[in-house]
Design a protein around this ligand. Structure first.
Ligand code: IPE
Ligand code: IPE
Ligand code: MG
Length: 240
């Protein structure tokens, strides 16, 4: 029986988040440049987006580029940005056709102008879609996000709009870039690393974590469904 057939469709996670890792190693194992791995990773992005839409997930968040990734080799950063623009441009009609809404979280002001504009255009174009919400974490890091939220909260306190004892979990969540998005139920990381790498630190508080040694460019629909089947075997307690 396939993993898709094993899914319990009435007990699906609402939100799945993925750290798409291992593109460089995948390419290296084949004797190619890291960029070749990123190019192949686009197929996996498409597969997971389709898989999520197929079973009716509400949110899929993909960690595409971290704040720390700006420190990579200039050539790799440029290639990644170019890939991003091309992919967004090429996939916008398909997203739209499948009723998918695109969203982006992260310090988008650091993106090259062209990438930023194409991204904004796609977000604008798909904003009234009501199916899957695809969230791209771009130039994102959780500590950047939390610092940003704290700056805003501090300003509100300073301006007398908020008192210190009014600062609650909810207030903090509302100041994060994910404010309209429920916390992930399941977080997947590919390529064998067992770490979070500055991804959604606040939001992952009670998320089920799933690690697989499969490199991102090899990750297919069945791998995605396998992770959800595993998630459905877990007992979530939320401290109770
Ligand atoms: C993930 O693959 C993609 C990005 C971080 C942009 P990596 O580029 O991190 O590949 P590895 O981890 O070096 O194999
Ligand atoms: C995390 O992967 C970031 C993304 C997948 C975009 P990295 O490859 O950058 O993380 P580390 O360096 O292994 O922690
Ligand atoms: Mg990596």
């Amino acid at each position: 029986m396939s993993f898709k057939e094993q899914l319990d469709l009435i007990n699906l996670p609402q939100h799945v988040a993925i750290i798409m890792d291992g593109n460089g190693r995948w390419a290296k194992e084949r004797g190619y440049d890291r960029i070749y791995g990123h190019q192949h990773g686009v197929t996996s992005v498409r597969e997971c987006t389709e898989a999520a839409a197929e079973i009716g997930l509400k949110y899929l968040t993909l960690y595409a580029f971290s704040t720390e990734n700006w420190n990579r080799d200039q050539k790799e950063v440029e290639a990644l940005m170019e890939l991003l623009i091309d992919t967004i441009e090429r996939e916008t009609p398909t997203l739209d056709k499948n009723n998918i809404r695109l969203k982006a979280i992260g310090d988008l002001s650091r993106l090259p102008q062209g990438a930023y504009e194409k991204l904004k255009r796609c977000i604008e174009h798909t904003k009234t879609n009501t199916g899957l919400c695809l969230v791209l974490a771009l130039s994102y890091s959780s500590r950047w996000e939390i610092c940003n939220a704290l700056r805003h909260i501090a300003q509100e306190v300073k301006d007398g709009k908020l008192s210190t004892d009014e600062i609650t979990d909810e207030i903090i969540s509302n100041h994060l870039t994910t404010n309209e998005i429920p916390d992930p139920d399941l977080m997947i990381r590919t390529s064998g690393e067992i770490r979070i790498s500055n991804f959604l630190l606040w939001q992952l508080a009670y998320t089920e974590l799933y690690f697989t040694s499969t490199h991102w460019p090899d990750f297919r629909k069945e791998n995605f469904f396998e992770a959800i089947v595993e998630f459905q075997k877990r007992e979530r307690r939320f401290g109770k």
